[in-house]
Write a protein that binds this ligand. Structure first.
Ligand code: DGP
Length: 112
């Protein structure tokens, strides 16, 4: 399977690690949209949030357990935003479930 984020997990493509545990990897987005822009991914390949099921949702829980730790590491005490894009209309470009953690400034009120 040809997956960019699986290649990052294998170390075949370099990334700037922010956090890692047995189930989760977090690294800096190559094209940051805010002072902090971290991508948080499960180590298991799930194509998108639309493919989450009872069989794989533990990986998603692990991501959301990691996010507050990452926010603390990044000094996001004033708040932050977590986004996942799904499919064409959602502008998902990498087909490996990932959550954008954005912060470090006052974010806009719009989400479209
Ligand atoms: P999305 O559009 O939601 O699928 O987000 C994919 C993100 O992945 C996008 O913000 C840019 C980022 N990205 C793409 N290629 C790379 C890469 O090779 N390294 C890193 N660190 N980020 C990447």
């Amino acid at each position: 399977m040809d997956c960019l984020f699986c290649s990052i997990l294998k170390g075949e493509i370099p990334s700037t690690k922010v956090y890692e545990d047995e189930a989760v990897y977090a690294f800096r987005d190559i094209n940051p949209q805010a002072p902090t822009h971290v991508l948080v991914i499960p180590k298991t390949h799930i194509p998108s949030a639309d493919a989450v099921s009872a069989e794989n949702s533990a990986a998603v829980a692990a991501v959301f357990e990691a996010i507050p730790k990452i926010a603390k590491l990044e000094g996001l005490e004033q708040g932050y935003r977590v986004i996942t894009n799904i499919g064409e209309h959602g502008c998902q470009s990498v087909k490996h479930l990932h959550f954008h953690v954005l912060g470090g400034k006052q974010l806009s009120e719009t989400m479209d």
